[in-house]
Design a protein around this ligand. Structure first.
Ligand SMILES: Cc1ncc(C[n+]2csc(CCOP(=O)(O)OP(=O)(O)O)c2C)c(N)n1
Ligand code: SF4
Length: 269
């Protein structure tokens, strides 16, 4: 199906990168599920020839986690906006991180609420003047990379709609990562907050010699005032995933669980 975004929207580039990543990984569409919340970015699963779920606003991670727990063989990709993931859905991010559930979460950050026509979002810069902030934004903006590092997400990366090949490579790395991967995809909204000129001047690749297992270095890169770094900030490949832990826990119990639960219920029946 043809995407219905405005011409020039960064979301086209993110979708294109996802097509290329899925093709490069040669994943069978019937084993891929793309899950979203609400927003312009939330429409993305409609345009991918795989299974998809367009859920309610802010609930992309609980839905995606449910899909993965239900069928661990599936490749689960969660997508959503900065408003979806950091405002209404912000409370789900740390829990997906501490579960280290093996899904890939792509946050399409356009620094605005696009679908509802231009209100400031948690990542809108204070200098932005718009419909909900005619004199500028009163709050300081949240930084998704900082949150992901603080929540100890096991794979943290940032790409940019202006660099599709690089974003594709990050998606491939994120999907291959065993555990919860977070990809912050800078995806400008050309209608309500065109950040292409701003990002065009500031984005800089993380140098190849940087070691992505160094959390302190990742924090330094995030805090750099002069650059907006693109690449893999942090990667921890040593942690167990949620499904692996559940498998181990279940393995510790004797097989007659059913009998035990029946007896337990009968106490109250
Ligand atoms: C429970 C609920 N609250 C509010 C809305 C209205 N609403 C729809 S999209 C949206 C914000 C979308 O912004 P973002 O997540 O940044 O995505 P974008 O459209 O910018 O891609 C809001 C507030 C809604 N659909 N559901
Ligand atoms: S309103 Fe903005 S985010 Fe939504 S489709 Fe148009 S350009 Fe993209």
């Amino acid at each position: 199906m043809k995407p219905t975004w405005c011409p020039g929207c960064g979301d086209f580039a993110v979708l294109n990168a996802l097509y290329q990543a899925l093709a490069a990984l040669d994943l069978d569409p019937k084993n891929v599920v793309v899950v979203s919340g609400i927003g312009c970015s939330g429409r993305l699963p409609i345009f991918v020839n795989s299974y998809g779920f367009h859920g309610v606003h802010g609930r992309v991670l609980p839905t995606a986690m449910g899909v993965k727990i239900g069928n661990p063989k599936l490749t689960v990709i969660a997508v959503g906006g900065d408003g979806d993931g950091l405002a209404i859905g912000g409370g789900h991010f740390p829990h997906a991180a501490r579960r280290n559930i093996d899904i890939t979460y792509i946050m399409l950050d356009n620094n605005i609420y696009g679908l509802t026509k231009g209100q400031a979002s948690p990542t809108t810069l204070q200098s932005f003047q718009g419909k909900s902030s005619p004199y500028g934004v009163a709050e300081e903006n949240l930084n998704p990379i900082a949150l992901a590092l603080a929540y100890d997400v096991s794979f943290v990366a940032r790409g940019y709609a202006g660099q599709i090949k690089h974003l594709t490579d990050l998606m491939i790395e994120g999907i291959n990562h065993k555990g919860f991967s977070f990809i912050h995809a800078l995806s400008p909204c050309v209608v309500f907050n065109d950040t292409y000129p701003y990002y065009g001047k500031k984005v800089t690749p993380i140098a190849p010699y940087e070691n992505p297992s160094n959390k302190m270095r990742a924090l330094e890169l995030w805090q750099d005032k002069h650059h907006i770094f693109l690449g893999t900030f942090y990667k921890d490949e040593t942690r167990q995933t949620f499904n692996e832990r559940i498998r181990d826990i279940i393995g510790q119990f004797p097989r007659d669980d059913e009998k035990y639960f029946k007896e337990l219920l009968n106490r109250y029946a």
